[in-house]
Design a protein around this ligand. Sequence first.
Ligand code: ADP
Length: 577
Amino acid sequence: MSDNGLPPRGSDNEDAPESPQGLRNELDRYRLVVEELNRRIRGLEQDLDTAATMAEVPAVVITRPELRDTLLRLVNKVAMIVQTEKVMIMLHQPDTGTLTVLSPALGVTEEQAAQISMSVDDGVTGHVFRTQDSVIYNDALNDPRTRKDFVSLLHVRNGICVPLVLKQRDAEERLLDERVIGVMHVFNKRFNAELGPEDMRLVEMLAEQAAAVISNAQIYIQLTEEKEELEDAFESIMVGVIVVNTQGDLRLMNPSAAEMLGLAGNDVIGEPMAEVVPAGDVYDLLEAAIQSNEDRSLEIELGDEDPHTYQAQASLIARDDGSIDAAVAIFNDITDIRRVERMKTAFVSTVSHELRTPLTSIKGFISTLLEDDEGMYDEETRREFLVIINEECDRLTRLISDLLNISRIESGHGLDLQLADVDVRALISRVAANQQAYTKKHKIITQFEEGITTIRVDHDKLVQVLDNLVGNAVKYSPNGGTVTIAVADEGASVRIDVTDEGLGIPERHRDQIFQRFHQVDDDVDHKSISGTGIGLYLVQHLAEAHGGQVRLSRTEVGEGSTFSLYLPKEPESALEG
Ligand code: ADP
């Protein structure tokens, strides 16, 4: 055929147009030309149709619902153009190595789609994905390449499967890279017709567009979702964040920062920071960072009614060319850290005091006894001195044992339990008798519910727990009274209640007394009693190590308190040492 689409005319004279044969030949040639032109027009019409279809598919899809809508339109158009009943896109999942159905598909229910997952080595889908060669089949049931379970699940008669190839082109439409991301299936040509190469060409063309739409959408969706996640994180982090530009205008501020500074969120964005941020320190910090072109940090105090301490860190955000774009300040609330530091310092001096008091007493009595050459003291007095020395040594031993356990907890080591079957009755009676020996003002009594026998615990650690609870009950009942240790059977566990008639605990401290170093320090009566603030902290850890717990179950200021210790009879979760 010549360039102008016309069949070349014969150059011999026998078929000259003026002869009848010549005219017939000429007519034949024109008929061929008309047919060819008609074919081309049909092709152009189809191309136009396809172009129109694609024009309806938005180039930028940025949300999941938008992608769903777009895909629905796409599969419908494919079905309309190729005249098939079903259209289904399958995407490769690199993490699992399978191809799964991208919803929505046409003529395939969500339940059916959920059942279809193909390995890249499987069936027509896998073949097309691997080779990037389209496949056409008109007898799905007998074709050796098809997966029969899916053929019957989807009632497939015939089909075309083409690769979804993502093509990257430059501005001049030159192909830079191509990557196969999945396949597109069409099933069941309408009116029981067969599928042919022309159909395949169309599906391939549509698939290329579909690949571009899907891939773009996925990138956009991923970016938008990541951006939203970042925004959510920015909004919800406890750390305060402020961003200012080099002119000192507020660009960003998260709710934590707004709350810290006592500002109303977005109203102040865009405003000069010097005018809206009440804390001059914050402004100075950012200003200093921008001026000096260096990161700066500062400890600042914010909040009038409930002051908090923040570690503020100002850093610079540079553009690609190295110039400064903005400065960001991050505020970490270190109020608790500073509080614990203060408590630790106080603790060290308290512990030194607690250690020195019994030592001074021991030393005093021993010196007295040693210096008594003339036998000034009678036998009974000397014995009293020795009892005091003995008690003070016990006090020292308990304190040191508490301190050693605290350091094990703090260093992250377990408490190393030595579990054994222990007779609770005998153990508690001994603790009570031992504690009674230190006081005449108090009466320590025990009560046991019927049937209490043995429990599996670390004997010495349970003694330590009870010594602390009973010791506190005695210590914080300066006017004496009864201290009751009551043991109840709770089925799988035992409950040991230690009740006193002492000072009780003011409400504001009830939640905190189990924290390390916490002491009731704003009450004259409590303050006059010496302690370290580690007893209950340790009791709680020891109870938990046994799989149990301790609670302040009742307290009334001026009336007394009850601490309840719950211990499982057979601690499953306890770490056997
Ligand atoms: P401390 O060495 O100060 O006694 P604890 O951790 O044992 O430390 O107790 C923490 C604080 O709880 C104590 O300082 C005290 O104020 C309060 N407390 C503990 N037990 C009692 C009790 N039985 N009655 C009143 N207050 C108590």
